[in-house]
Design a protein around this ligand. Structure first.
Ligand SMILES: Nc1ncnc2c1ncn2[C@@H]1O[C@H](COP(=O)(O)OP(=O)(O)OP(=O)(O)O)[C@@H](O)[C@H]1O
Ligand SMILES: O=P(O)(O)OC[C@H]1O[C@H](OP(=O)(O)OP(=O)(O)O)[C@H](O)[C@@H]1O
Length: 213
């Protein structure tokens, strides 16, 4: 039996069609069921439902053999113990820097100002500003990052952007794109070595269903 870790919401919704293309049906809908372990129509595959940011942890420590996680979560978590074989091309968005409309980010950077940056993605933010040579004070948040510049908590945020409508609704603007993000299949390295044959069927199914960039 192999265990696949998924998070509720867009990762689950966008992974389902991939499994269905391989003829695998999931027996419960996590949006309506309270169950955290869900059987599939495949006798050798079950799904566990965890927080998006916990998917790499479950896979890394063997609580799951496989998982689907965004690159944002992977970069923040680190890749230790993980094999990342397939860019699934789902949950596509980008990691960006955003500021309050009217804040002159370019000249603040040019002047060498020290910026207060709020983000859930502190590792990505730290690396980005270090590469640019910009001094920042990082403020770790767990959600609603868009609020931080509006109430004076931060000059800028580092967050995911897709349509841009969340930024627009909160009078923010995207001033820098850090990187494109999509969800990847991740595999426990030890499980991959041990169970290569039984895993290959699922790796092939995901590879066939993936639509990478
Ligand atoms: N607006 C978006 N459009 C497309 N993909 C997105 C968007 N926002 C996030 N994602 C991607 O989908 C993944 C899962 O996002 P989701 O919103 O389900 O979890 P989360 O709320 O960020 O995680 P957690 O519950 O752990 O805080 C993210 O890690 C990211 O890779
Ligand atoms: O550019 P947009 O299309 O508006 O998407 C961007 C929003 O999407 C993500 O939030 P998400 O939708 O995951 O909100 P949630 O974490 O509250 O579910 C992200 O944190 C942004 O707030």
């Amino acid at each position: 039996m192999l265990t696949l870790a998924l998070s509720k919401g867009r990762i689950f919704e966008e992974t389902m069609p991939m499994l269905e293309r391989a003829g695998i049906r999931v027996k419960e809908n996590p949006e309506t069921s309270r169950k955290l372990i869900i059987e599939t129509s495949h006798p050798d595959l079950r799904i566990i439902i965890v927080r998006a940011s916990d998917v790499p942890t479950y896979v890394q420590f063997g609580g799951a053999d496989l998982g689907v996680a965004g690159q944002d979560v992977l970069i923040e978590n680190g890749f230790e113990g993980l094999y990342v074989p397939i860019d699934l091309g789902i949950a596509k968005c980008r990691m960006s820097v955003a500021v309050k409309q009217g804040f002159d980010y370019a000249s603040a950077v040019k002047k060498g100002a020290r910026l207060k940056v709020a983000s859930k993605y502190v590792q990505i933010a730290r690396d980005h500003f270090a590469t640019k040579g910009v001094h920042v004070d990082l403020i770790k948040l767990y959600g609603s990052m868009e609020l931080a510049p509006l109430v004076g908590l931060a000059d800028a945020i580092v967050d995911l952007v897709s349509t841009g409508s969340t930024l627009k609704a909160n009078f923010l603007e995207e001033v820098e794109q850090i990187q494109e993000i999509s969800a990847h299949l991740i595999v426990n390295q030890a499980a991959h070595k041990r169970q290569r044959a039984s895993m290959q069927e699922f790796l092939d199914a995901f590879a066939a269903a993936a639509s990478p960039n």
